[in-house]
Design a protein around this ligand. Structure first.
Ligand SMILES: [Zn+2]
Length: 167
């Protein structure tokens, strides 16, 4: 059974703690000489964003005990998403395969660090949907599920950042 969920959700306003060792490309602007590198060119932003999202997917997949799933993540242009959404997930509960789409950096209008926070929120949001995949779903439950998923994803990220503020 293949199910699709659209991530129509609010933005998460959190402080950014981004560590990008080894990801600073030529021409990148460093706002901290040690910890933070912000790529300035759009292609470099996209490459750094993809690496970040892949790393976050791996981390949260393990945290959410979803390691038995084969989950891909891709950055997609806004035209590939439903209007006013920042991502989505498709999954197949039989094969345990899922694909998460996250809005591409090319279509984000946030500072780099805030954009990465938002992308991480999308990843966690979609993984929480995956945890709920075994529950019955209907058009009527969809709105309530979105609310619950947003609250859970926000709480998980808040807790993680309190415990590991340098992540
Ligand atoms: Zn959602």
């Amino acid at each position: 059974m293949v199910i699709k969920c659209l991530a129509a959700r609010r933005r998460l306003q959190v402080a950014a703690w981004i560590f990008f060792f080894g990801l600073m490309p030529a021409g990148a602007r460093a706002i901290s000489s040690v910890k933070v590198a912000i790529p300035t060119a759009p292609p470099e932003r996209e490459i750094a964003s993809k690496k970040f999202v892949l790393q976050r997917l791996s981390l949260w997949q393990e945290r959410l005990n979803l390691s038995h799933w084969n989950i891909r993540v891709e950055l997609v242009r806004a035209s590939k998403l439903e209007p006013r959404t920042l991502g989505n997930i498709h999954w197949d509960t039989d094969t345990k395969q899922a694909t998460i789409a996250v809005l591409s950096s090319y279509d984000y209008h946030l500072p780099f660090d805030a954009m990465l926070d938002d992308m991480e929120f999308t990843v966690v949001h979609e993984l929480v949907h995956l945890q709920l995949a075994i529950l019955p779903r209907s058009d009527a439950s969809r709105r309530a599920e979105e609310h619950a998923v947003n609250e859970l994803a926000g709480a998980l990220l808040k807790l993680a950042r309190q415990e590991s503020p340098c992540e």
